[in-house]
Design a protein around this ligand. Structure first.
Ligand code: ZN
Length: 92
């Protein structure tokens, strides 16, 4: 199955692992496509942290950025994923 169907986040919320709570609530600009969910791994979307354009299939689930419900982790690019992992290790 291939298509352009996707669910886009309008808002992103930041989870602070140290405080164990959500700290920021940010409107995502209209010209950015932060995808919550799609079957299309080739779909171009924006990293939820640095806004870089990447294919959905080349993203990782963020440990910091979630959709408005706080349930769905938003996609981040490889660079931001690696930074999140380093930060998580440094917290312990
Ligand atoms: Zn990024």
């Amino acid at each position: 199955m291939r298509g352009r169907l996707f669910t886009r986040a309008l808002v992103k919320v930041k989870y602070d692992g140290r405080l164990k709570s959500y700290t920021d609530r940010i409107m995502i600009p209209d010209d950015q496509r932060v995808v919550i969910n799609t079957m299309d791994m080739e779909l171009l979307c924006n990293c939820s942290n640095c806004s870089k354009e990447v294919k959905y299939g080349d993203t990782w689930s963020s440990r910091e950025w979630y959709d408005e419900s706080g349930i769905w982790a938003l996609p981040v690019c490889r660079d931001c994923h690696e930074k999140e992992m380093r930060d998580a290790l440094n917290d312990h």
